[in-house]
Design a protein around this ligand. Sequence first.
Ligand code: GSH
Length: 213
Amino acid sequence: MKFYGYFRSSAAYRCRIAFNLKGVRPEFIAVNLRTGEQKAEAFLDLNPQGLVPLLDTGTARLTQSMAIIEWLDETHPAPPLLPTDAEARAHVRAFAQIIGCDIHPLQNLRVLKYLKAQYGLDQDGLDAWCRNWIEPGLGACEAMAAAQTHGGAFAFGDGPGLAEILLVPQMFSAERFHLDLTPFPRLNAIRAAAEALPAFAEAHPARQPDWIS
Ligand SMILES: N[C@@H](CCC(=O)N[C@@H](CS)C(=O)NCC(=O)O)C(=O)O
């Protein structure tokens, strides 16, 4: 399998965590977002949307991190990334989608480039824009996680899953935009528990020596 991504891409970071949790080792191929390789013809031939990540399974090219992660979970069921109970699964997906659908798209590179080019926002303005969307989104995640009564170290129980796979990269990018994370004690505890695991630690952007550019 070939996995196309970028070291600092949140969506690629999510997939790296999922691969590690499943013990799957695809070949990693860097697509340099800073130099615009994602918009080059060679990459657009693979993913016409011009975004990473992309997973070439050998029989199909899969895009969209959550679709890739759910494919991985369905083809490599152990350990499961979602609970077995339908209601619990809906809660985990809702938590993940707050991040994947309601926060992350607003802080994406192409959005930030547009804000800079069309409206002249400087880096401080761009950081403030990102914080404006990340803070309430993480606030909703904090409330969801804090309302759980299971007593486990992770958002929805004793083991990490889709919720942590989305949360940890999002907290990493919140720090890049200088968001104060102290108002999210439950999320900080969940992140610490996740990052203590090799699957998360080894997926960190700073641990991708072949990818960093
Ligand atoms: N919803 C997509 C988002 C993919 C995405 O936004 N990727 C970013 C990196 S995190 C990207 O390729 N950005 C390039 C650009 O904006 O030009 C997913 O979850 O895979």
